[in-house]
Design a protein around this ligand. Structure first.
Ligand code: C5P
Length: 237
């Protein structure tokens, strides 16, 4: 087996306030099995042999980060995020562009997906690196309904070909930077990086990922995350 090359950089937008969690502080700082969600997430990326370093986008004057004393053994660059996820990611990309080659592959990953499995990072990084890029996703298994404002079903949506997408999303630094910059300049707010890429004319590939790569969004996700963490520990992760 050849030694994996640490040729990727991770970008983690963590400048959100997580209003849906309704907690006193941002959800990325809530404890998951006694440790802030964000630190689980950063560890998962930084222990990957494919990752050379990480750019973390934080809110201006974030009071929580400095209290954590996190000191990884790979480069960790901190930038000030923006008013939207896309603006935070773009801030990270622009900072990274001063440190590495334009064609560097980047893995953009939500701060609140602390259960990212090493095998999923490998699978994504093994994909060919073209301009379109790729992202983790899972095929929909639930039946999907469209509803009106009163919550009454208006349609059953055929789920064939439908996926929910996760992160990491992997793109070339220069290509994603241009796509996000154009999206923001045009007043669009892509909710993930792939959406900005699609709008720029690319067709990112979906890579089937694990279902335990959950996003900690609402309070009941925390106990769910703890169960999944314990199950992964049982697998040796
Ligand atoms: O809550 P939401 O799903 O929008 O957050 C997705 C990710 O984007 C989180 O990691 C959050 O911290 C980040 N984000 C950001 N800057 C913002 C809004 C969200 O970095 N202004």
């Amino acid at each position: 087996m050849p030694t994996p090359v640490a040729d990727h950089w991770a970008i983690v937008p963590a400048a959100g306030i997580g209003a849906r969690m309704g907690a006193a502080y941002p959800k990325q700082y809530l404890p998951l099995a006694g440790r802030p969600v964000l630190l689980h997430t950063l560890d998962r990326l930084l222990i990957s042999p494919r990752v050379a370093g990480l750019v973390l986008a934080l809110r201006e004057d974030d009071p929580y980060w400095p209290t954590l004393g996190y000191a990884p053994d790979k480069p960790l660059l901190i930038v000030t995020g923006g008013d939207s996820r896309a603006a935070s990611v773009l801030a990270g990309l622009e900072h990274l562009a001063g440190h590495t080659a334009p064609y560097t592959p980047v893995l953009v990953h939500d701060a609140v997906r602390p259960l990212l499995h090493p095998a999923d990072i490998e699978r994504l990084c093994d994909e060919p690196l073209d301009a379109d890029g790729c992202l983790l996703a899972t095929p929909l298994t639930d039946t999907v309904k469209r509803a009106d404002a009163a919550g009454r079903i208006t349609q059953t949506v055929p789920r064939d070909g439908l996926w929910t997408v996760q992160t990491p999303q992997r793109f070339r630094l220069d290509v994603l930077r241009a796509a996000l910059s154009d999206a923001l300049a045009a007043g669009r707010e892509p909710t993930d990086e792939a959406q900005a890429m699609e709008h720029a004319g690319y067709r990112p590939r979906l890579v089937a990922g694990r279902r335990d790569n959950v996003k900690i969004t609402v309070p009941q996700d925390l106990p769910l995350g703890e169960c999944l963490l314990a199950a992964q520990a049982g697998e040796g992760v």
